[in-house]
Design a protein around this ligand. Structure first.
Ligand SMILES: [Zn+2]
Length: 123
């Protein structure tokens, strides 16, 4: 790998690490870190009171937090995967088909581990 490429990878690495920190801090606002599983977070289930109305709000609040938690965790996993790739010199290569991921896609989503075709197949 030449120097120019190294610089580029370092920049990507820094972006990914910053993103990881940001997402972790977002998660920690409402979820507890699972100390046994790396990068896993748990949203606290609300304490339910005597008022039915309040409980309904709390439960729906809990459910929306769970889905946010799920999205953030997925993003964290992608970032971890992309970071691993930067150290293995395979950054930018699709984890599924092995083709080069479109650089424009990586510019918008530096944590992308799949090319557009494979990520659409997953959906
Ligand atoms: Zn692919």
């Amino acid at each position: 790998m030449n120097k120019k490429n190294n610089k580029k990878i370092n920049k990507i690495k820094n972006t990914l690490i910053a993103k990881k920190k940001f997402i972790t801090s977002q998660l920690q606002k409402f979820a507890k870190k699972n100390l046994k599983i790396k990068d896993d977070f748990k949203t606290d289930f609300p304490k339910l009171g005597d008022h039915q109305d309040e409980n309904a709000i709390e439960v729906s609040d809990y459910e929306s937090k769970l889905s946010v938690e799920h999205d953030l965790e997925n993003e964290l996993k992608n970032i971890e995967g992309a970071l691993k790739k930067t150290s293995e010199n395979t950054y930018g290569i699709c984890s599924s088909c092995g083709n080069q991921i479109n650089p424009k896609r990586l510019e918008i989503m530096p944590e992308a581990n799949l090319c557009i075709k494979c990520s659409e197949k997953k959906k």
